[in-house]
Design a protein around this ligand. Sequence first.
Ligand code: SF4
Length: 182
Amino acid sequence: MAQKKIIGTISLAGCFGCHMSLLDLDLKILELIDLVEFNRSPLTDFKKITQHCDIGIIEGGCCNDENVHTLIEFRKNCDILISVGECAIMGGLPALRNQFSLKDCLEEAYLKVPTTVQGNALIPHHEDLPKILHKIYPCHHVVKIDYFLPGCPPSSDALWQSLTNIMSGKSDTLSYQNLKYD
Ligand code: SF4
């Protein structure tokens, strides 16, 4: 039996929908675990990579310095990186804030929001909190990305086809059915 590929997955500024799509493989997940072993991932709850990975799957773009650090470490520890979903590929919904200044976003979220008790309003800050970046960055603006899998989220069939193609050394060409959204 061929040696299992090691896969890591991380969620940066995403909503976990792309990870849910992976879980949506249903019974194919049993086939998948015959082919791969998951290392760092929300699926295993490993917080750090404990072994070099053949493939790294990234959900979400970079919204803070912790995301950037996590992504750079992930790149160092994975042979192949796949940006999965619109947030990883182009910032996605969180990147809507890129048209405003960070100051305006924080004031809107914490000071001007109707549920703020006037007089008690403050913008959270502590040295242990990740520093929010001025913009959301897609992952390929931070590290080299080898493959891009679009969708919000990509379907579980698209994830399955991509992973099995990459693992078997085929080109990562997806069928039309896995890339149409109408
Ligand atoms: S691409 Fe869509 S499903 Fe995936 S993390 Fe972003 S918002 Fe969620």
